[in-house]
Design a protein around this ligand. Sequence first.
Ligand SMILES: NC(=O)c1ccc[n+]([C@@H]2O[C@H](COP(=O)([O-])OP(=O)(O)OC[C@H]3O[C@@H](n4cnc5c(N)ncnc54)[C@H](OP(=O)(O)O)[C@@H]3O)[C@@H](O)[C@H]2O)c1
Length: 383
Amino acid sequence: MKKTVQQSEKEAAKVVKNTRRDFISKSALLGAGMAATPMAFAQGTTSGKTKSVDATAAPKKRMLGTLEVSPIGLGCMSMKSGSYNPPRDQKDMIPVIRGAVDMGVTFFDTAEVYGPFTDEELVGEALAPVRDQVVIASKFGFDFSNGNRAGRNSRPEHIRTAVEGMLKRLRTDRIDLLYLHRLDPEVPIEDVAGTVKELIQEGKALHFGLSEVSPKTIRKAHAEQKVAALQSEYSLIQRALENEVIDTCGELGIGFVPWGPVCRGFLGDKFNEYSRFSDDSRFAAVPYFTPEAIKAHMEVLVLVREWARKKNATPAQISLAWLLAQKPYIVPIPGTTKLHHVEENMGAMDISFTNGELKEFRASLEKISLVGVRQPESALIDQ
Ligand SMILES: NC(=O)c1ccc[n+]([C@@H]2O[C@H](COP(=O)([O-])OP(=O)(O)OC[C@H]3O[C@@H](n4cnc5c(N)ncnc54)[C@H](OP(=O)(O)O)[C@@H]3O)[C@@H](O)[C@H]2O)c1
């Protein structure tokens, strides 16, 4: 039998409380100074020890164009669609999303294609009780056939149909940040931007985003409808978008949202040089997860671990803090299925680097040869 929102809220509060207690007993490192939220789901429980749930702390915010978000968001892709893990049950993922709200996350990332559709349903149910306190981002750009992705499609009429479906699944009357997921080579970007502009005028979307497009396409789209955010892959290992794409965003006042900010778990110390993936794993097709690449990138992880020791932090926190330190308009969206990883990732907001430290970090990084990563030229081409 389906649970009511109230039942789910109670359940979420119980899990949040237990997870938090467990976390506090295990770690004194994390979570200091996180943004405050109205404690929507935790029913007033406070840890007393960590600042992660301190409702009196000043909220930390970043801007994506004119859209205000928490400096670190939550990527929800792998929750129900199970991209990097077996698909998780909605009832188990709702407490993760709601727990993130209580920890100060206000920025949630999903897409029509995750599942497809199921991930948006999860996000919609989880955030319905706090809809007005959070920013929901979703993406269109694909056709679907028999429940599977079937090529790109950004024809104006298709975008409109997609958005109607998104609104239903997300249980909302507007999508705060509506992204084009991948450019459709058959549809001029001006037509896509023009359609989103109409949707914004109708109040069905509030801000426009792009994903994995070139600086040329960003400029063309921005001329038609102001772009709030570009979402593309960026991490200590995947740095192809430095500097042209990221600088274009800065010049135009567009926020940059790195996906894959902990390199799909690698920078969270999830793998080692002996990790191997079966053919049906999503990692098997990723060129920077071949045995040779993993071995080479262990050097990056060793460097990140060194900085983690110096800063009394974890490798994931260092990887996210490094991204935050690159530009004030960068807002990473680490994906996770675990509430304790949300809390750990939010702890990155309290780690800072001096200019000297950033130079030293980069000098070490540039000495490491990367394998299977995107080349800088690829940043100039729509993906
Ligand atoms: N625009 C696009 O084309 C595009 C493409 C891909 C993804 N995205 C979006 O970007 C989000 C993030 O990207 P991503 O999920 O591909 O990569 P990611 O955030 O770099 O990595 C996610 C993986 O890292 C692990 N992880 C997260 N925090 C961790 C921590 N503190 N310690 C150890 N492991 C940790 C997660 O495992 P656990 O579940 O075990 O924590 C998960 O398997 C996605 O959720 C999605 O919303 C967008």
